[in-house]
Design a protein around this ligand. Structure first.
Ligand code: NOJ
Ligand code: CA
Length: 518
């Protein structure tokens, strides 16, 4: 079951910015199909596509208007089916982005729900009894939409004002409150069934599963996520019956909960308890050469979650970044990034590479927010393919592109140039992926044991046929460690050499090694 996760390595595509094939300045599904070979050649065998459904794009598509329809600007449902087919022909898998927590206020369900007359969508959203009643501090409710509709009541929000929360019920209900519904009331149950139908629709067309947006947010006033966990267990059971191969990765950021809920994978995120930012994105990221990073909290939580994940036979995903985070290249220089990738691609679980991170694409300073991106906008600029106009992304006039490109750097930072340069970030990432595939000890399920949690960072990866040691020194100085029996070097960054003397290994400045265990 879901065996394809055993060697999955994901590439995240923000469809707006990947490849435009009709010259309108916005990426599209035909563009994705066209570039599958590029992704495959890099070594990734699975993709996650951010929402590509009909939407007014107030939040880049995380405000869905019609869950059953591809957004016309990206193409048609047939085009998406074609992406599935082309991916499968290359032994690749495709996850769509499911947004179950909220819809756009332009969604037909919401329009019906906002009508004063009772209808089948009346309870699809969470409405209070009076427009004046908008209680603060209810877990998982970010605010209220008040006024503008003839229906009495305020409607709960899940994110921005245009993203009204779907109704899955409350875990802790206020006594005497008659508008908070139980998880098993007919309204919440019909919302849940509709989400299953959406999943059926795309899975039967060829999707391989979903990345689930804000997976923790569904049941309200649910401080320990007990209700939300039960809800997802029910959805996983439905999938196991009807689509056992389908995989789910949660945007939850708390594997202890999400993996219990039945998700096959959970991402570490820039928010939540994981301390993920300490790796690549704090004032002192661990992988910066100043050597000021501190992963104590990261490892404490990771180790605990790793044990839980292994018991549940599920996986923790470390992403290079995503469409919500500031790009890694804003915090780390190219050499630091290569070492960061030597870590990311030798850890257990499923690695995720955000489009363009394999090139070291920069965070772009943009004049204003695009489609609800705000500070995220600069991480969403169009992919840099080559040295031609608009870096090969589109034939549109540059001022018509979805987001401004990194015009200062794109003649150097682009896929074509970097492929030809053995010293580029691209070439390093491709090499590291090839090694991960070649060595069983580096595979997704092979075991992990932390040996040294700071500088140098040292861990062991073990499969059935081999044991490897990963030793990483991101700092600008030599770092030594006593007490491991390191053998043959199978990889080193920048061709650096490791010193071994009487049981002490010394790593030169800015180096990462994969070694056989002796
Ligand atoms: C998380 C998504 O990744 C983000 O881009 C979006 O704005 C929010 N969820 C709301 O759906
Ligand atoms: Ca287009």
């Amino acid at each position: 079951m879901r065996e394809w996760l055993d060697d999955a390595l994901f590439y995240e595509i923000y469809p707006q910015s990947f490849k435009d094939t009709n010259g309108d300045g916005i990426g599209d599904l035909k563009g994705i199909a066209e570039k599958l070979d590029y992704i495959k050649e890099l070594g990734c065998n699975a993709i996650w596509i951010n929402p590509c459904f009909d939407s007014p794009f107030v939040d880049a598509g995380y405000d869905v208007r019609d869950y059953y329809q591809v957004a016309p600007r990206y193409g048609t449902n047939e085009d998406l089916k074609h992406v599935f087919e082309e991916a499968h022909r290359r032994q690749m898998h495709v996850l769509l982005d499911l947004v179950p927590g909220h819809t756009s206020t332009e969604c037909e369900w919401f329009k019906q729900s906002a009508l004063p007359e009772k209808n089948r969508y009346t309870d699809r959203y969470i409405w209070t009894d009076k427009v004046w009643n908008a209680p603060q501090g209810i877990g998982n409710i970010t605010g209220w939409l008040r006024g503008g509709y003839d229906r009495e009541g305020a409607c709960a929000l899940n994110f921005f004002t245009a993203q009204t929360a779907l109704n899955y019920g409350f875990y802790n209900k206020d006594e005497g409150c008659d508008w908070e519904q139980d998880m098993n009331d007919p309204g919440p149950l019909s919302t849940r069934e509709e989400i299953k139908n959406i999943m059926r629709f795309w899975l039967s067309m060829g999707a391989d599963g979903f990345r689930v947006d804000m997976a923790a947010s569904l049941v309200k006033n649910d401080p320990e996520s007990k209700g939300t966990i039960a809800l997802w267990q029910d959805i996983r059971a439905f999938l196991d019956r009807e689509y056992p191969e389908a995989s789910l990765v949660s945007e939850w950021g708390d594997p202890a909960r999400s993996l219990t809920a039945g998700f096959n994978m959970d991402f570490l995120l820039h928010f939540g308890p994981s301390h993920y930012p300490d790796l690549f994105r704090t004032d002192h990221p661990f992988f910066r050469k100043d050597g000021q990073g501190d992963l104590t909290d990261f490892w404490r939580i990771y180790n605990e979650n790793y044990r839980k994940a292994s018991k549940l036979h599920s996986l923790i995903c470390i992403p290079s970044g995503n469409h919500d985070m500031i790009r890694m290249a804003r915090f780390l220089d190219p050499d630091e990034m290569k070492i960061a990738f030597a870590f990311l691609l030798s850890m257990p679980g499923v690695p995720f590479i955000y489009y363009g991170d394999e090139l070291g694409m920069r965070y772009v300073d943009v004049p204003h927010s695009v489609e609800g991106g705000y500070e995220r906008t600069g991480s969403r600029s169009p992919m840099q393919w080559d040295k031609t106009v608009n870096a090969g992304f589109s034939t549109a006039a540059p001022d018509r592109l979805y987001i401004r490109q990194d015009t200062e750097n794109m003649s150097v930072i682009n896929a074509e140039s970097e492929k030809q340069d053995p010293d580029s970030i691209y070439s390093e990432v491709a090499r590291l992926i090839a090694l991960r595939k070649e060595h069983e000890a580096l595979h997704n399920w092979s075991t992990f044991r932390l040996i040294s949690d700071s500088y140098p960072l040292i861990y062991e990866r073990s499969g059935c046929t081999e044991d490897l040691i990963v030793a990483i020194n991101p700092t600008a100085e030599n770092r030594s460690f006593e007490g491991i029996s390191a053998g043959e070097v199978i990889y080193s960054t920048f061709g650096k050499t490791l010193k071994k003397e009487e049981g002490i290994i010394t790593l030169p400045p800015q180096s990462a090694f994969y070694l056989r265990k002796e």
